[in-house]
Design a protein around this ligand. Structure first.
Ligand code: HEM
Ligand code: SF4
Ligand code: SF4
Length: 358
């Protein structure tokens, strides 16, 4: 835990707790108003609850040059980033990849090179489509651990987070509430649903929310396409390649297009926004992460359109890099934010019961 970061965040949070002007903007303010004393774990939780919409910064009368020098989105972004790096397992990897887009690009190149090696060394005697280059067994042997090991590392990190913030006994209803808030990205809505002013001070817009939802929906469709392909392969004895009017393609093509459009929208907004209202230290790593998602989708579409060993290696290398980097890149934000929303749903419920008992 970084004492300086937490001390500065505590100073700013205490000013907000006295002021309360931004009460209706997002879940952070009601959460901080439920308390008067803020332990380090409480600050970590508030930081992960913040969606970095920046509405409170642009509304605040105490931002620099005022002597209070408030920048709540900025300090919460720093604390949030610190928690992702500190709680990751193993932690040193996280710092490197979060901070640098160059490290992400390097990992992508290594991932592609590994897939090229596999393509040449593990080429099957027969097969169609992808399987003319890499057998199904080899593909599963590479990707099953590459998917499951990062998920295990994220599980360890989330356990550490839950203990640090004192999350308590989680129920299904808390998780349902969290998923509902995440699906609508309620905390990027600016309080009245008018949208956030992420990239321009006085313009409220839903662009960031829409770009994010396009990317996530696309991601889920692509995940659905891969799952449909797996079911068709194992349960229906129907291996790839699949025709255009089949579930893997009907889900995968719009999914890939939505991912590319969402990633382009997020990069565009990020280039226009003020860096010091986020964690400026990791700006390069964040851009690298969005580009990696765009590359995963774009190479998948190209593979479908043109086929061939080169597009296959580029696509599988990008997917491999994405999976392996999940615990050490911005991808962890979804898991931590879900955990923070669930902990908040639980805390609201506990507060409601305490009020009813009084
Ligand atoms: C559990 C659900 C999720 C929640 C609650 C969530 C929430 C957010 C929020 C609030 C932001 C903006 C603030 C920030 O920059 O940190 C964001 C950014 C982003 N999210 Fe998510 N997200 C979720 C899942 C996902 C998934 C599944 C993907 C992609 C596969 C994704 C990709 C991105 C990208 C690319 C950005 C932009 C990063 C940036 O501007 O630096 N998110 N997310
Ligand atoms: S961000 Fe500024 S205006 Fe908003 S509650 Fe905090 S001190 Fe008040
Ligand atoms: S930046 Fe947005 S989400 Fe974060 S505390 Fe301020 S108003 Fe809430």
């Amino acid at each position: 835990m970084s004492p300086d970061l937490h001390a500065e965040a505590r100073r700013q949070i205490e000013i907000c707790n006295a002021c309360r002007y931004c009460e209706g903007y997002c879940a952070v303010f009601p959460a901080l108003m439920r308390q008067t004393v803020f332990a380090d774990g409480d600050i970590t939780q508030l930081a992960n609850l913040c969606h970095n919409c920046r509405g409170c910064y642009y509304a605040c009368q105490y931002t620099p040059p005022h002597e209070f020098a408030l920048n709540l989105p900025g300090i919460l972004a720093e604390v949030r980033q610190d928690s992702w790096e500190r709680l990751a397992w193993p932690a040193p990897l996280a710092r490197r990849f979060h901070e640098s887009g160059v490290a992400l690009a390097g990992a992508l190149i290594v991932g592609i090179a590994l897939i090229f090696l596999a393509l040449t060394a593990l080429r099957p005697a027969s097969g169609e489509g992808f399987y003319a280059y890499l057998s199904h067994g080899a593909m599963v042997a590479i990707f099953a651990p590459a998917f499951l090991m990062p998920l295990a590392a994220i599980g360890v990190a989330l356990g550490r987070y839950w203990r640090e913030v004192g999350g308590g006994a989680l129920r299904l209803r808390h998780l349902r509430a969290a998923l509902g808030d995440a699906a609508r990205l309620r905390n990027l809505g600016g309080g009245q649903g008018q949208g956030c002013n992420f990239e321009i001070e006085d313009r409220f817009s839903d662009r960031r929310r829409r770009a994010h939802q396009a990317l996530v929906l696309g991601f889920l469709l692509c995940f659905g396409a891969t799952s449909a392909g797996t079911v068709m392969h194992y349960l229906m004895d129907w291996p790839a390649p699949y025709p255009l009017l089949s579930l893997p393609k009907l889900l995968g093509v719009p999914g890939g297009m939505l991912m590319v459009a969402g990633a382009a929208g997020l990069v565009h907004l990020k280039l226009r926004a003020e860096r010091e209202l986020g964690s400026a230290r990791v700006w390069g790593g964040e851009i690298g992460f969005i580009l990696l998602l765009g590359i995963v989708a774009a190479t998948g579409l190209a593979l479908m359109a043109f086929g061939g060993a080169v597009w296959l290696a580029l696509h599988l290398g990008a997917v491999l890099s994405f999976f392996l980097l999940m615990p050490y890149s911005k991808m962890v934000h979804g898991f931590y934010r879900l955990a923070a929303l669930a902990a908040d749903a639980r805390a609201r419920e506990a507060r409601g019961s305490a009020d009813a008992a009084d």
